[in-house]
Design a protein around this ligand. Structure first.
Ligand code: ADE
Ligand code: ZN
Length: 339
């Protein structure tokens, strides 16, 4: 198993049918009608409607701890050595769950994973675009008292109709508070959404970014600035934003173009797999080679918000793994200065 970093997983998207039933039972709630529903979905909104309805069973700090712990154990088995995890605080506070129960429950699971699996990680609080910029600013104010549990802010939910520019002020404020910035863009929205995320929000990573390939100037810019793209192939098939054949997935073009793309899981309970499942599916489809799997892992580590020493340590693990299995050592693992 290649050591790697998970940079694009929504913790609410790891809530599988078994855990939904267990939490519904524990909290005395009905099992949501969408429990167990999986791919394919008509589009992003069709999926999001199920995803938001199912997370109603998450009520207590213990629930968030258990959700995080289950994910982190599964991620450790996938070779994940560092996890930067998305959480949607507004989807919980809107239901009356205190924000500290969300953040402290997940943080406790991260602390346990450090002890149990030697994994590092942190949380990225995402703003729900469909609730608009004022609600995003209120959400930022709500999480700031707990900022020691956060690495970054992000932007997710319904993309088209909610362009990044709407969220300029909240991202500016987050940056002033010392938080890193990422944004979903180019999943369903066009290259203009990616440009806005970069130029107006100051996004340091683009989540998905598939549609950036439609704009040659943008591709050149992403290459020159080594801007990371966190790509989720099984998600793209499930939401029909790529495919239907994984052999045609844009990750191959991204790597050929020299973009800093890496592979992640998005919402694994719904889309048929975790990070390792995504990578295995790409190799099975002939979309990437085993040597390129090493490149994807090195790109993920380089794209993380780990300090330089942490990146160097994980790149050394990748180099050792490549040598052990007789694969090519990824260039970034040979020359950490290129990170
Ligand atoms: N929230 C959870 N999964 C998402 C996705 N794939 N795109 C946007 N928002 C999301
Ligand atoms: Zn996502």
């Amino acid at each position: 198993m290649w050591p790697t970093a998970e940079l694009h997983v929504h913790i609410e998207g790891t809530l599988d049918a078994d855990l939904i039933r267990a939490l519904a039972d524990r909290n005395g709630l009905p099992v949501p009608a969408g429990a167990g529903r999986g791919a394919p979905f008509r589009d992003l909104q069709d999926f999001l409607d199920v995803y938001y309805a199912n997370l109603d069973v998450l009520r207590t700090r213990q629930d968030f701890h258990d959700l995080g712990a289950a994910y982190l154990a599964r991620a450790a088995a996938a070779g994940v050595r560092h996890a930067e995890i998305f959480v949607d605080p507004q989807s919980h506070t809107a239901r009356g769950v205190p924000v500290e129960d969300v953040l402290l429950g997940l943080s406790a699971a991260l602390a346990d994973a450090r002890a149990a699996h030697g994994m590092s990680g942190g949380l990225i609080a995402c703003f729900l675009r469909h609730l608009g910029p004022d609600a995003a600013m209120a959400a930022l104010e709500a999480v700031l008292p707990h900022r020691e549990h956060l690495i970054a802010v992000g932007l997710d939910s319904t993309e088209v109709g909610f362009p990044p520019a709407l969220f300029r002020d909240v991202f500016e404020r987050a940056a002033a508070e010392g938080l890193r910035r990422v944004a979903h863009a180019g999943e369903e929205g066009g290259p203009d959404y990616v440009w806005e995320a970069l130029d107006i929000l100051g996004a340091e990573r683009i989540d998905h970014g598939n549609r950036a390939l439609e704009d040659v100037e943008l591709v050149a810019h992403l290459r020159a600035t080594r801007t990371p793209l966190t790509v989720c192939p099984l998600s793209n098939l499930a939401l029909r934003t790529a495919g239907p054949d994984l052999a045609d997935h844009p990750i191959a073009v991204m790597l050929d173009e020299g973009l800093r793309a890496s592979v992640h899981s998005d919402d694994p309970a719904y889309f048929g797999g975790y990070l390792d499942d995504n990578v295995r599916a790409l190799v099975a489809a002939g979309t990437v080679t085993e040597d390129q799997v090493g490149v994807l892992a090195a790109n993920a580590v380089a794209s993380s918000f780990l300090p330089d020493a942490g990146k160097a340590a994980l790149l050394a693990e990748i180099r050792a793994h490549a040598e052990q299995i007789g694969a090519a050592v990824p260039a970034l693992a040979l020359d950490p200065a290129a990170v």
